[in-house]
Write a protein of this length. Structure first.
Length: 341
């Protein structure tokens, strides 16, 4: 039977009960003693958060999740146990962490990034799984449809606005003819996002040159190869490349080629600009979904949400460094980020 909402039980040690009775001196009435005990009891929920790896985008998503849970009253160490685990990109780690959450009889499990969500879904078909920023939940085998997930998983799809991102590149580089697209073949989300970017670029008349990688060790060579052939490099939502963004930017900078990434945090790490959601904002949206499920919503019928808002993010320092001009039509509403040190 699927677990929906919080378990109707209290996790409280007998020592605490005895201590409360002692504090009352055992002199009050039975009703007084019962009232004191009830006020001190805290309903405990266990929330497991599986974080794929460390890089700014995922870190900000997780921060948003934690803040939203706290705002809703789920405070670690008080009325909740929030078990945050970072798998450091290792598949074996993800599997063992997911199994650990299940062994603790978690109330909900949150997977930040597609591989993490898949590990949690594989570990249990009963405990609710919250999809934290999954590019294509249906294609990843996590839900039957966005409107009716159909099992124990629901959450947020961070489908990349590829058409708008390619249009932004064209605004920055009106004379560009060739776009390089680079992504990792080891992640479903990166493949899907990369292929959609290829189509969006072709639809705008760009010639597309693609380089794929399997590990972060491939980034420098692939980026250098692309930089020799293209007018700009585009990077989709890709956790491997996000973790090695500095390497990619260094290789592109050597040839004076701008990098346009899919995430706002990757702009801060040396990208020129993007049209994308706030990673932290996505985290708060995921946190809101988690709260709804904890309060009793059924993930099988709770529609997968889409990102609510996108903005243009521009790295002024990188624009100046590459001698580019910010289009007037995007400048007024853009958000400017500082180049990370």
């Amino acid at each position: 039977m699927m677990k929906n909402g919080m378990k109707n039980m209290f996790r409280m040690s007998s020592i605490l009960v005895i201590g409360l009775l002692a504090a009352c001196g055992n002199t009050g009435s039975e009703s007084d003693s019962s009232a004191a005990t009830t006020e001190s009891e805290q309903e405990q929920v266990y929330i497991g958060i599986l974080h794929l790896t460390t890089h700014p985008a995922l870190d900000q998503i997780t921060e948003g999740i934690m803040d939203e849970l706290a705002a809703a009253g789920y405070v670690d160490g008080e009325n909740a146990t929030i078990d945050f685990q970072n798998a450091q990109g290792d598949q074996a780690n993800m599997k063992s962490i997911a199994e650990s959450f299940v062994s603790h009889d978690a109330d909900i499990m949150i997977g930040v990034a597609t591989p993490a969500a898949q590990a949690l879904k594989n570990a249990s078909d009963e405990i609710p799984v919250i999809l934290g920023a999954v590019q294509d939940p249906v294609g990843a085998g996590l839900v039957e449809s966005l409107e009716a997930p159909g099992s124990n998983a629901t959450g947020l799809s961070n489908r990349t606005p590829s058409n708008e991102q390619m249009a932004l590149i064209k605004q920055f580089l009106p004379d560009a003819t060739t776009i390089g697209v680079m992504y990792t073949t080891a992640e479903d989300n990166a493949i899907i996002s990369g292929q959609r970017a290829e189509q969006a670029a072709a639809d705008l008349g760009f010639e597309v040159v693609t380089r794929t990688i399997t590990t972060s060790n491939d980034i420098a060579q692939a980026a250098e190869s692309l930089a020799k052939e293209v007018d700009a490099i585009y990077v989709p939502n890709d956790n491997v490349i996000a973790s090695g963004m500095a390497t990619l930017v260094d290789a592109a900078d050597a040839f004076g080629i701008p990098v346009f990434p899919a995430a706002d945090t990757m702009v801060k790490d040396g990208g020129v600009a993007t049209f994308a959601p706030s990673q932290y904002g996505m985290g708060t949206q995921i946190g809101q979904i988690a709260v709804d499920i904890l309060k009793g919503a059924d993930p099988a019928t709770y529609p997968v949400q889409l990102v609510k808002e996108n903005s243009v993010y521009i790295n002024q320092a990188k624009v100046d460094e590459l001698g580019l001009t910010i289009p007037e039509e995007v400048k007024a509403d853009a958000m400017f980020v500082e180049l990370a040190e």
